[in-house]
Write a protein that binds this ligand. Structure first.
Ligand code: CO
Length: 142
């Protein structure tokens, strides 16, 4: 079951410059910026109700996000849905022949489990699925 939109990720070439729109003009608050070495990005987190905007700036020239920026320019990179059972979600997508980037969930920071659905199966949008660890997990939720 889909619980909510967890985040919408947007690729930008410069985090400070992008704050001019998202913070100064639109009025969102910058919660924090963190380096995400697995994806070779700096990520700025801007909460919007129960969801957030994530601004991603590549920190190298080779990563997926860097290649996206070089090829397509800045813009929306992916939308992430939080689900309560990622195995069940992936099984259902497979049963309907939706192409997946991750056939099995991978473990991300804080113990969350995630998988990406290929844009060719979604009408052109990269879709991420997230299952957060249980609240009583010893691993802190990020
Ligand atoms: Co994401």
């Amino acid at each position: 079951m889909i619980k909510k939109i967890n985040h919408i990720a947007i690729v930008v070439p410069d985090l400070n410059e992008s704050m001019r729109f998202w913070v100064d003009a639109l009025g969102l608050e910058l919660d924090h910026i963190e380096n995400v070495p697995e994806q070779s990005v700096d990520a700025a987190f801007l909460p919007v109700g129960e969801s957030k905007i994530e601004l991603l700036r590549p920190t190298d020239d080779e990563s997926g996000v860097a290649r996206y920026l070089a090829k397509r320019g800045p813009g929306m990179h992916h939308i992430c849905f939080e689900v309560d059972d990622i195995e069940a979600s992936l099984a259902r997508l497979k049963s309907l022949d939706i192409p997946l980037i991750n056939e099995e969930p991978i473990t991300g920071s804080g113990g969350k489990r995630l998988a990406f659905v290929h844009p060719k199966g979604t009408g052109g949008v990269l879709v991420e699925l997230y299952q957060l660890p249980p609240k009583n997990s010893p691993i802190p939720e990020l």
